[in-house]
Design a protein. Sequence first.
Length: 339
Amino acid sequence: MACSSATEATAQAGAPPHRRAPAAAWRRWRGWPWVRRIAIAAFLGVVVVLLANQARAIAWGDVLAAMRAYPWQVLALAAGFAALSHLLYATFDLIGRHYTGHALRAGPVMAITFVSYAFNLNMGTLVGAVGMRARLYARLGLDAPVIARIVGSSMLTNWLGYCLLAGLAFLLWPLAMPEDWHLGRIAQRVLGAALVAVAVAYLLACAFSPRREWRVRGHEIALPSLRVALVQLALSCANWSAMGAAMAVLLQGAVPYPMALGVLLIGAVAGLLSRVPAGLGVLEAVFVALLAPPLTQAGIIAAVLCYRAMYYWLPLGVAALLYLGMEANARRLAVAAPR
């Protein structure tokens, strides 16, 4: 660390003044964490105010009437697709288990993945994808480098399928975007081609790259085999497809499945970028912006709220109970792991 600091100081001393000033300013900014926290809190406050204003313009009586009008068969089918998606996602850490070679059994691994995913959906990546995994895996005896590789493998699996499906959706079924979004059909197809290229490039690297391992900030990153990469892609695509199917069922055939999937994929990223917990209000706004008209605003919001109940809130309740059980039985689960 001292050597690194000395090198940076030497480089700054020899740099032109116009380069030294921005670097010094950046270090001062990084040294003021409270400023960044205030900026983030202010941004979230603005988002909350905007969402509250939007919520006041919604005819909630019509939304509740649309939710009550759902046939139970539709709700059951959508819930089935939501459960299938969670089951598929729970297998992602099994790839990490194969990747790292740790000795925990498949059952606890899938339980940890489910719990972390449910908390991730509702409370964000740091709490769910990272925090819950780190807590539970550490309680079962895994060390930090192994946990980091599991988390990285799971995230890569998730977004690999996203890239392929979103790319194909933009290429083959571009959406009619609002004018102020400045994303026409040609731009969507270019973006779609780039996303597909990312997924294909990963597969090609796994198949043909002569170099298989790298070290980044002390962490070892290794390319899996092509077979493992194809499993990652298949599971992730199936997961996102099941999510889209749940949403399409709740829209009751009002839009084609590729359109429902495409809007959901856009909404997922919009919610992530907004930094609002669970993307609350953001997913609804994306669906309304892209599907109303011809669909009514009340009908769309009713569908998204039913989707939230099935995919976000109900799994969170189950995950909370499962988490408490795993905390209480962590020693037994760790001892039961084969060595």
